[in-house]
Design a protein around this ligand. Structure first.
Ligand SMILES: C[C@H](CCC[C@@H](C)[C@H]1CC[C@H]2[C@@H]3[C@H](O)C[C@@H]4C[C@H](O)CC[C@]4(C)[C@H]3C[C@H](O)[C@]12C)C(=O)SCCNC(=O)CCNC(=O)[C@H](O)C(C)(C)COP(=O)(O)OP(=O)(O)OC[C@H]1O[C@@H](n2cnc3c(N)ncnc32)[C@H](O)[C@@H]1OP(=O)(O)O
Length: 415
C-alpha cells in the first residue's frame, strides 16, 4: 500500500517496505488522483465517530487537519492516519480567530461536540458560513441539533437504543446487547456523516454553496437499519427477539462451536444453499424436520451443534470452501488479514508500525484510496507548518506560541 505523505510502499504480506506495483492500477500514481484530492477538512478532535469520518476522508485523498486541545499529551484518536494535528486553545479569542482563519480556507469543518458548544465558542454555522459561504459545516452528534435530548450526553448504546434497533439485538430469552459501538458510532455516525459531506461536496460543485449537515447518530443508525422497518410486512420480525430468521432464531443462520473451540458461521437461507449445508454436515435431509418449520428449529439447532462439535474449524473450512453452503470460519481480528481470500485481495494493510487494519473500502477502479501508513500525528506536530500554510507569519506564530494559544510539538514527534 502507498503512503502519500512519505511515498513509501509497504507489502502487507512480506511485511517489508518495498516498491510494489499498486494492487489496483499496477502503476505508480500521485495523491492528486484520489477521489477527494484537494478537499481541505478541519476536524475538531472528538471521540470515535468524527475521527472515523476524518479518517475516511483522509484515506480517499482529503487533507485533514485535526484541531486538538492544548495541554493534552496523547490524542484520543486511534483513527488518525494521514491527518495532521494542530494544538489550539479555542477557549481564547485568539484561538477562535485562528480557527476562523483555518476555516476560511477549508472546504469542510467537522465538529463532534454536543449541540451549542460551537455557538458558545463563537464558531457556529452562521458565523463560519457568513465568512466562507462555500464551507460544508458537518455537525456529528448523538441526538441531532434539535429535540429534547439534543444537549444530553450519550454514547453509542444510548443512540442505538433510541433508534429502535437495539431492541432487536440479542438472543432469545436474553436482554438486548449492543454490537460493540459499531452501529451508532460508526455505521450510523462517522460513515453517515461522511456520506453527508460527500453529498454536500457534490452539490456544491453545481451550486457553489456550502451547507450545514445535521448528522444524528440515532437517525443515522436507524437509517442504516431501514430494512428492519421496511421488511416487517414480509413477516421477518413477527416473533420475539432472537426467534426470527435473521436474529439468531434460525439454526441455519447462526454460529456453531467447532472441536477446537473456534466457530463457524452459517448463513444457508435459500433451499439450494441449505441443501449443500446438510450435505457438508453429512446429514440425511429426509431424517430432518423441514428447514422452515420454526417449531423444529430448537431440535435442528441441537443437531447442528452436535455435528459441528465433531471437527475443527480448519476441517470444516476444507469441507465447505468452494461450496455454496454459506459456511465460513469466524475469524478473529488478527487472523482475518491472513485468510487466503482476504490476502488475495489485499483486504487488510500493515502500516509502518506493523499494525494491521482494514484497507479503505470500497475500491474505486481508477482513483482508489491510498491511506497513509506512516505513524499517526503527535498532538500539535503540524501546528507551525499548518499556520504557515494558512498565511500566519513567523512573528504571529511565535506570539501565539508564547501566549499558549497554540502548541507546537515538532520536536516531540521526532523522538
Ligand atoms: C462508545 C464511544 C465512546 C468510546 C470512547 C473510547 C474510545 C474512549 C473513552 C475513554 C478513552 C480512554 C481514556 O480517555 C484514557 C486514555 C486517555 C489517553 O489520552 C488515550 C488512551 C485512553 C485509554 C483513552 C482511549 C479511548 O479514547 C477511550 C477508551 C462513543 O459512543 S463516542 C460518541 C460520543 N458521543 C458523541 O460524539 C455525540 C456528540 N458529542 C457529545 O455529545 C459530547 O461531546 C460528549 C461525547 C457527550 C462529551 O461531552 P463533553 O461534555 O465532554 O464535551 P462537549 O459537551 O461536547 O464539549 C466539548 C468541550 O470541549 C471544549 N473544547 C473542544 N475543543 C477544544 C479546544 N481545542 N480547546 C479548548 N476547548 C475545547 C469545548 O469548548 C467544550 O467546552 P464546554 O464544555 O465548556 O462547552
Amino acid at each position: 500500500m502507498f503512503c502519500p505523505q512519505n511515498g513509501a510502499l509497504y507489502d502487507v504480506i512480506s511485511k517489508r517496505q518495498t516498491k510494489l506495483p499498486l494492487p489496483c492500477s499496477g502503476v505508480s500514481f500521485s495523491v492528486r488522483e484520489m477521489a477527494l484530492a484537494g478537499v481541505r477538512v478541519i476536524e475538531l478532535a472528538g471521540l470515535a465517530p468524527a475521527p472515523f469520518c476524518g479518517m475516511i476522508l483522509s484515506d480517499f485523498g482529503a487533507r485533514v487537519i485535526r484541531v486538538d486541545r492544548t495541554k493534552v499529551t496523547m490524542a484520543m484518536d486511534s483513527q488518525a492516519r494521514g491527518k495532521r494535528s494542530v494544538a489550539l486553545n479555542l477557549k481564547s479569542p485568539q484561538g477562535v480567530a485562528v480557527l476562523k482563519k483555518l476555516c476560511l480556507q477549508a472546504d469542510v469543518v467537522l465538529e463532534p461536540f454536543r449541540k451549542g458548544v460551537m455557538e458558545k465558542l463563537g464558531l457556529g454555522p452562521e458565523v463560519l458560513l457568513e465568512e466562507n459561504p462555500r464551507l460544508i459545516y458537518a455537525r456529528l452528534t448523538g441526538y441531532g441539533q434539535s429535540g429534547s435530548y439534543a444537549k444530553a450526553a450519550g454514547h453509542d448504546i444510548n443512540y442505538l437504543a433510541m433508534s429502535g434497533l437495539l431492541s432487536m439485538l440479542g438472543r432469545s430469552s436474553e436482554k438486548p446487547y449492543a454490537p460493540l459501538n459499531l452501529m451508532a458510532d460508526f455505521a450510523g455516525g462517522g460513515l453517515m456523516c461522511t456520506l453527508g459531506i460527500v453529498l454536500a461536496l457534490l452539490e456544491r460543485s453545481k451550486s457553489g454553496q456550502g451547507q450545514i449537515i445535521d448528522a444524528s447518530m440515532v437517525e443515522g443508525a436507524a437509517y442504516v437499519g431501514s430494512f428492519m422497518w421496511k421488511s416487517r410486512s414480509l413477516g421477518l420480525w413477527n416473533r420475539p427477539r432472537g426467534e426470527n430468521l435473521l436474529d439468531s432464531g434460525a439454526p441455519f443462520y447462526d454460529t456453531y462451536q467447532t472441536s477446537d473451540g473456534k466457530h463457524m458461521a452459517v448463513g444457508a437461507i435459500e433451499p439450494q444453499f441449505y441443501e449443500q449445508l446438510i450435505q457438508g454436515l453429512g446429514l440425511d435431509a429426509a431424517s430432518l424436520p423441514p428447514q422452515l418449520s420454526m417449531s423444529d428449529w430448537p431440535e435442528l439447532r441441537r443437531t447442528f451443534t452436535q455435528v459441528f462439535a465433531q471437527k475443527t474449524q480448519a476441517e470444516w473450512s476444507k469441507i465447505f470452501d468452494g461450496t455454496d453452503a454459506c459456511v465460513t470460519p469466524v475469524l478473529p481480528l488478527d487472523e482475518a488479514g491472513s485468510h487466503p481470500h482476504n490476502r488475495e485481495r489485499g483486504s487488510f494493510l500493515m502500516d509502518a508500525q506493523g499494525e494491521v487494519s482494514p484497507r479503505p473500502a470500497p475500491v474505486l477502479s481508477r482513483t482508489p484510496a491510498h491511506p497513509c501508513l506512516s505513524r499517526d500525528p503527535v498532538v500539535g506536530e503540524h501546528t507551525r507548518s499548518v499556520l504557515e500554510e494558512c498565511g500566519f507569519d513567523s512573528a504571529h506564530i511565535e506570539q501565539l506560541l508564547s501566549a499558549g494559544i497554540v502548541e507546537c510539538n515538532e520536536a516531540k514527534a521526532r523522538l
